[in-house]
Design a protein around this ligand. Sequence first.
Ligand SMILES: Nc1ncnc2c1ncn2[C@@H]1O[C@H](COP(=O)(O)OP(=O)(O)OP(=O)(O)O)[C@@H](O)[C@H]1O
Length: 260
Amino acid sequence: MSGVDLSGAPAKISFRGVRKSYDNVPVLERVDLDLAENSFTCLLGPSGCGKSTLLNMIAGFAAPTAGEVLVGGRRVDGPDADRGVVFQEYALFPWRTALQNVAFGPMLKRLPRREQQVIARKYLALVGLSGHEDKYPSSLSGGMKQRVAIARALANDPSVLLMDEPFGALDAQTRETMQEELLRIWERERKTLVFVTHSISEAIFLADRIVVMGTRPGGIKEVLDNDLPHPRDRTHAGFIEMERHIKQILRAEVQKLGVI
Ligand SMILES: Nc1ncnc2c1ncn2[C@@H]1O[C@H](COP(=O)(O)OP(=O)(O)OP(=O)(O)O)[C@@H](O)[C@H]1O
Protein backbone atom coordinates (compact mmCIF):
# COMPACT_ATOMS: atom_id res chain seq x y z
CA MET A 1 0.00 0.00 0.00
CA SER A 2 1.34 3.41 -0.91
CA GLY A 3 1.46 6.15 1.74
CA VAL A 4 -0.15 9.54 1.90
CA ASP A 5 1.86 12.74 1.98
CA LEU A 6 1.20 15.32 4.72
CA SER A 7 -0.71 17.41 2.17
CA GLY A 8 -3.16 14.53 1.68
CA ALA A 9 -1.98 13.73 -1.86
CA PRO A 10 -0.94 10.11 -2.54
CA ALA A 11 2.82 9.66 -2.19
CA LYS A 12 4.87 9.24 -5.36
CA ILE A 13 7.86 7.86 -3.45
CA SER A 14 7.58 5.94 -0.18
CA PHE A 15 10.17 4.46 2.14
CA ARG A 16 8.63 1.83 4.40
CA GLY A 17 10.77 0.71 7.35
CA VAL A 18 13.91 0.90 5.24
CA ARG A 19 17.26 -0.10 6.72
CA LYS A 20 20.51 -0.35 4.88
CA SER A 21 23.78 -2.00 5.87
CA TYR A 22 26.96 -2.52 3.90
CA ASP A 23 28.91 -5.63 4.97
CA ASN A 24 26.82 -5.83 8.15
CA VAL A 25 27.67 -2.22 9.06
CA PRO A 26 24.40 -0.29 9.46
CA VAL A 27 24.30 2.92 7.43
CA LEU A 28 20.63 3.81 7.67
CA GLU A 29 18.32 3.09 10.56
CA ARG A 30 14.62 2.72 10.00
CA VAL A 31 13.52 5.23 7.35
CA ASP A 32 9.84 5.99 6.80
CA LEU A 33 9.22 8.80 4.36
CA ASP A 34 6.57 9.81 1.85
CA LEU A 35 7.26 12.26 -0.97
CA ALA A 36 4.35 13.76 -2.90
CA GLU A 37 4.06 13.70 -6.67
CA ASN A 38 5.75 16.74 -8.30
CA SER A 39 7.38 17.73 -5.02
CA PHE A 40 10.95 19.01 -4.75
CA THR A 41 12.82 17.37 -1.87
CA CYS A 42 16.38 18.01 -0.77
CA LEU A 43 18.32 15.44 1.23
CA LEU A 44 20.75 17.31 3.42
CA GLY A 45 23.27 16.07 5.97
CA PRO A 46 26.88 15.55 6.95
CA SER A 47 29.22 13.50 4.79
CA GLY A 48 28.61 9.77 5.10
CA CYS A 49 25.10 10.04 6.60
CA GLY A 50 23.60 8.04 3.75
CA LYS A 51 22.14 10.69 1.41
CA SER A 52 23.45 8.99 -1.76
CA THR A 53 22.42 5.61 -0.40
CA LEU A 54 18.85 6.87 0.05
CA LEU A 55 18.85 8.30 -3.49
CA ASN A 56 20.39 5.13 -4.93
CA MET A 57 17.62 3.06 -3.39
CA ILE A 58 15.03 5.18 -5.24
CA ALA A 59 17.09 4.83 -8.43
CA GLY A 60 17.25 1.06 -7.94
CA PHE A 61 21.06 1.02 -7.84
CA ALA A 62 21.06 -0.20 -4.21
CA ALA A 63 18.56 -2.49 -2.49
CA PRO A 64 17.34 -1.98 1.09
CA THR A 65 18.59 -4.52 3.63
CA ALA A 66 15.10 -4.43 5.17
CA GLY A 67 11.85 -2.68 4.28
CA GLU A 68 10.88 -1.43 0.86
CA VAL A 69 10.96 1.58 -1.43
CA LEU A 70 7.88 2.25 -3.54
CA VAL A 71 7.62 4.54 -6.54
CA GLY A 72 4.14 5.14 -7.86
CA GLY A 73 2.96 2.38 -5.49
CA ARG A 74 5.31 -0.20 -7.04
CA ARG A 75 8.27 -1.73 -5.29
CA VAL A 76 11.61 -0.63 -6.74
CA ASP A 77 13.59 -3.68 -7.85
CA GLY A 78 16.16 -2.10 -10.20
CA PRO A 79 16.84 0.95 -12.36
CA ASP A 80 14.13 2.19 -14.72
CA ALA A 81 14.03 4.87 -17.40
CA ASP A 82 11.12 6.46 -15.52
CA ARG A 83 13.63 7.45 -12.81
CA GLY A 84 16.29 9.71 -14.32
CA VAL A 85 19.55 10.29 -12.47
CA VAL A 86 22.03 13.18 -12.66
CA PHE A 87 25.38 12.84 -10.86
CA GLN A 88 27.94 15.44 -9.79
CA GLU A 89 30.54 14.21 -12.28
CA TYR A 90 28.36 14.73 -15.39
CA ALA A 91 28.91 11.16 -16.65
CA LEU A 92 28.64 12.23 -20.29
CA PHE A 93 29.99 10.09 -23.13
CA PRO A 94 33.10 12.03 -24.25
CA TRP A 95 32.96 10.58 -27.77
CA ARG A 96 29.38 11.75 -28.36
CA THR A 97 28.28 15.31 -29.10
CA ALA A 98 25.87 17.14 -26.79
CA LEU A 99 23.01 16.16 -29.12
CA GLN A 100 24.12 12.53 -29.28
CA ASN A 101 24.45 12.40 -25.49
CA VAL A 102 20.90 13.67 -25.01
CA ALA A 103 19.56 11.40 -27.76
CA PHE A 104 21.01 8.36 -26.00
CA GLY A 105 17.84 7.43 -24.06
CA PRO A 106 15.51 7.85 -27.05
CA MET A 107 18.01 5.77 -29.08
CA LEU A 108 17.86 2.96 -26.49
CA LYS A 109 14.07 3.10 -26.79
CA ARG A 110 14.61 2.51 -30.54
CA LEU A 111 12.66 5.62 -31.49
CA PRO A 112 13.08 6.65 -35.14
CA ARG A 113 16.30 8.62 -35.66
CA ARG A 114 14.45 11.78 -36.59
CA GLU A 115 12.35 11.62 -33.42
CA GLN A 116 15.49 11.07 -31.33
CA GLN A 117 16.92 14.29 -32.73
CA VAL A 118 13.72 16.27 -32.22
CA ILE A 119 13.58 15.18 -28.56
CA ALA A 120 17.28 15.90 -28.00
CA ARG A 121 17.00 19.36 -29.56
CA LYS A 122 13.92 20.14 -27.47
CA TYR A 123 15.66 19.31 -24.18
CA LEU A 124 18.92 21.01 -25.14
CA ALA A 125 16.83 24.12 -25.84
CA LEU A 126 15.08 23.74 -22.48
CA VAL A 127 18.42 23.82 -20.66
CA GLY A 128 19.58 26.81 -22.72
CA LEU A 129 22.01 24.99 -25.03
CA SER A 130 20.52 25.64 -28.46
CA GLY A 131 23.43 26.22 -30.83
CA HIS A 132 25.74 23.89 -28.91
CA GLU A 133 24.29 20.62 -30.23
CA ASP A 134 27.40 19.53 -32.12
CA LYS A 135 29.95 20.28 -29.42
CA TYR A 136 31.77 17.50 -27.60
CA PRO A 137 31.88 17.49 -23.76
CA SER A 138 35.57 18.43 -23.80
CA SER A 139 34.70 21.83 -25.28
CA LEU A 140 31.88 22.57 -22.80
CA SER A 141 32.22 24.33 -19.43
CA GLY A 142 31.25 22.54 -16.20
CA GLY A 143 27.88 24.30 -16.13
CA MET A 144 27.22 23.41 -19.77
CA LYS A 145 28.15 19.77 -19.18
CA GLN A 146 25.73 19.63 -16.30
CA ARG A 147 23.01 21.17 -18.49
CA VAL A 148 23.63 18.39 -21.02
CA ALA A 149 23.43 15.80 -18.22
CA ILE A 150 20.09 17.27 -17.09
CA ALA A 151 18.78 17.35 -20.68
CA ARG A 152 19.87 13.74 -21.12
CA ALA A 153 17.97 12.68 -18.00
CA LEU A 154 14.87 14.64 -19.10
CA ALA A 155 14.92 13.18 -22.63
CA ASN A 156 13.51 9.93 -21.25
CA ASP A 157 10.60 11.96 -19.84
CA PRO A 158 10.99 10.34 -16.40
CA SER A 159 8.37 11.06 -13.77
CA VAL A 160 11.11 11.10 -11.10
CA LEU A 161 14.37 13.03 -11.38
CA LEU A 162 17.13 12.12 -8.92
CA MET A 163 20.10 14.45 -8.58
CA ASP A 164 23.20 13.65 -6.51
CA GLU A 165 25.05 16.88 -5.72
CA PRO A 166 24.69 17.92 -9.35
CA PHE A 167 26.09 21.41 -8.80
CA GLY A 168 28.82 20.45 -6.32
CA ALA A 169 31.65 20.89 -8.83
CA LEU A 170 30.49 24.28 -10.15
CA ASP A 171 31.75 27.72 -9.13
CA ALA A 172 29.47 29.73 -6.85
CA GLN A 173 28.06 32.01 -9.56
CA THR A 174 27.33 29.18 -12.03
CA ARG A 175 25.84 27.16 -9.20
CA GLU A 176 23.30 29.90 -8.36
CA THR A 177 22.38 30.28 -12.04
CA MET A 178 21.87 26.52 -12.32
CA GLN A 179 19.68 26.51 -9.22
CA GLU A 180 17.41 29.14 -10.82
CA GLU A 181 17.38 27.21 -14.10
CA LEU A 182 16.51 23.97 -12.35
CA LEU A 183 13.53 25.58 -10.60
CA ARG A 184 12.32 26.92 -13.94
CA ILE A 185 12.63 23.45 -15.50
CA TRP A 186 10.94 21.77 -12.53
CA GLU A 187 8.03 24.21 -12.65
CA ARG A 188 7.64 23.59 -16.36
CA GLU A 189 8.18 19.83 -16.53
CA ARG A 190 6.51 18.89 -13.24
CA LYS A 191 8.72 16.04 -12.08
CA THR A 192 9.05 14.55 -8.63
CA LEU A 193 12.54 15.76 -7.82
CA VAL A 194 14.91 14.46 -5.15
CA PHE A 195 18.17 16.38 -4.81
CA VAL A 196 21.16 15.57 -2.60
CA THR A 197 23.22 18.48 -1.33
CA HIS A 198 25.69 19.48 1.37
CA SER A 199 24.62 23.09 1.09
CA ILE A 200 21.97 24.38 3.49
CA SER A 201 21.42 27.49 1.40
CA GLU A 202 20.98 25.44 -1.79
CA ALA A 203 18.41 23.21 -0.05
CA ILE A 204 16.37 26.18 1.23
CA PHE A 205 16.55 27.95 -2.13
CA LEU A 206 15.30 24.91 -4.04
CA ALA A 207 13.20 22.55 -2.01
CA ASP A 208 9.64 22.56 -0.77
CA ARG A 209 10.69 19.79 1.61
CA ILE A 210 14.05 19.39 3.31
CA VAL A 211 14.99 16.05 4.82
CA VAL A 212 17.76 16.65 7.35
CA MET A 213 19.76 13.52 8.00
CA GLY A 214 22.14 12.59 10.79
CA THR A 215 24.84 10.05 11.51
CA ARG A 216 25.31 7.29 14.07
CA PRO A 217 22.76 6.04 13.64
CA GLY A 218 22.16 7.32 10.12
CA GLY A 219 18.63 8.33 9.42
CA ILE A 220 16.19 11.19 9.24
CA LYS A 221 16.58 13.81 11.95
CA GLU A 222 13.90 16.23 10.82
CA VAL A 223 11.68 16.90 7.82
CA LEU A 224 11.02 20.59 7.20
CA ASP A 225 8.31 21.95 4.95
CA ASN A 226 9.57 25.04 3.17
CA ASP A 227 6.83 27.37 1.99
CA LEU A 228 8.96 30.48 1.49
CA PRO A 229 7.66 32.26 -1.63
CA HIS A 230 9.47 32.02 -4.98
CA PRO A 231 11.72 33.54 -6.17
CA ARG A 232 13.47 32.93 -2.87
CA ASP A 233 15.58 35.62 -1.37
CA ARG A 234 18.62 34.41 0.59
CA THR A 235 18.51 37.55 2.72
CA HIS A 236 14.82 37.10 3.69
CA ALA A 237 14.32 36.71 7.47
CA GLY A 238 12.49 33.39 6.99
CA PHE A 239 15.36 32.07 4.87
CA ILE A 240 17.94 33.03 7.48
CA GLU A 241 15.87 31.58 10.30
CA MET A 242 15.52 28.25 8.50
CA GLU A 243 19.27 28.28 7.81
CA ARG A 244 19.98 28.85 11.51
CA HIS A 245 17.64 26.04 12.54
CA ILE A 246 19.20 23.50 10.14
CA LYS A 247 22.73 24.56 11.13
CA GLN A 248 21.86 23.81 14.74
CA ILE A 249 20.68 20.29 13.90
CA LEU A 250 23.76 19.59 11.76
CA ARG A 251 26.16 21.03 14.31
CA ALA A 252 24.77 18.65 16.94
CA GLU A 253 25.24 15.75 14.51
CA VAL A 254 28.83 16.65 13.71
CA GLN A 255 29.61 17.13 17.42
CA LYS A 256 28.28 13.61 18.02
CA LEU A 257 30.98 12.37 15.65
CA GLY A 258 33.61 14.22 17.69
CA VAL A 259 34.75 16.12 14.61
CA ILE A 260 34.52 19.54 16.28
N1 LIG B 1 28.82 0.38 -2.01
C1 LIG B 1 29.21 0.58 -0.76
N2 LIG B 1 29.88 -0.36 -0.06
C2 LIG B 1 30.25 -0.18 1.21
N3 LIG B 1 29.99 0.95 1.92
C3 LIG B 1 29.33 1.91 1.28
C4 LIG B 1 28.90 1.80 -0.07
N4 LIG B 1 28.24 2.95 -0.43
C5 LIG B 1 28.28 3.74 0.65
N5 LIG B 1 28.92 3.13 1.68
C6 LIG B 1 29.12 3.70 3.03
O1 LIG B 1 27.86 4.08 3.52
C7 LIG B 1 27.94 5.32 4.22
C8 LIG B 1 26.97 6.32 3.59
O2 LIG B 1 27.47 6.64 2.28
P1 LIG B 1 26.69 7.66 1.34
O3 LIG B 1 27.54 7.83 0.13
O4 LIG B 1 25.30 7.21 1.17
O5 LIG B 1 26.71 8.96 2.24
P2 LIG B 1 26.49 10.49 1.81
O6 LIG B 1 25.71 11.12 2.91
O7 LIG B 1 25.94 10.56 0.45
O8 LIG B 1 27.99 10.99 1.83
P3 LIG B 1 28.69 12.22 1.04
O9 LIG B 1 27.94 13.44 1.44
O10 LIG B 1 30.08 12.21 1.53
O11 LIG B 1 28.58 11.91 -0.42
C9 LIG B 1 29.38 5.75 4.18
O12 LIG B 1 30.00 5.34 5.39
C10 LIG B 1 29.96 4.97 3.02
O13 LIG B 1 31.32 4.70 3.20
